[in-house]
Design a protein around this ligand. Structure first.
Ligand SMILES: [Cu+2]
Length: 119
């Protein structure tokens, strides 16, 4: 009876550990149908490197906190996509990158720089 209890306790413990690691995974650099939030602040996009799967639509939500005009646009040159980013208002961009490789995204002066990695 007590051996059975130990087994169950062990299983519960393993379950908790697995759950903990699953829960504490870093968020959404890899897109799987979700929305990826990109913060525009302090001269950097956060995250600056976003991995997505080729041929799958990906939704990026840019939130610009930087008031400088430098940050007012985001351009995906390779993909022919751009957007204006008003301060403090999330802007949603949905794209479907078909070609694998690295696609830069930048502000209009290319001071802000990020990479969309398509696999
Ligand atoms: Cu700029």
């Amino acid at each position: 009876m007590s051996a059975m209890f130990v087994n169950i306790a062990g299983l519960v413990l393993i379950g908790l550990i697995v759950w903990w690691f699953w829960r504490s995974k870093p968020k959404a650099r890899h897109a799987a149908g979700g929305v990826i939030d990109v913060l525009v602040e302090g001269g950097v996009y956060t995250p600056a490197r976003i991995e997505v799967a080729a041929g799958q639509p990906v939704t990026l939500r840019f939130l610009r906190k930087d008031p400088s005009p430098c940050a007012e646009k985001v351009l995906f040159d390779d993909l022919g996509v751009s957007a204006d980013l008003p301060i403090g208002q999330p802007v949603v961009l949905t794209l479907t990158p078909n070609e694998a490789g690295e696609h830069a995204f930048t502000c209009q002066m290319q001071m802000y720089r990020g990479t969309l990695v398509v696999k």
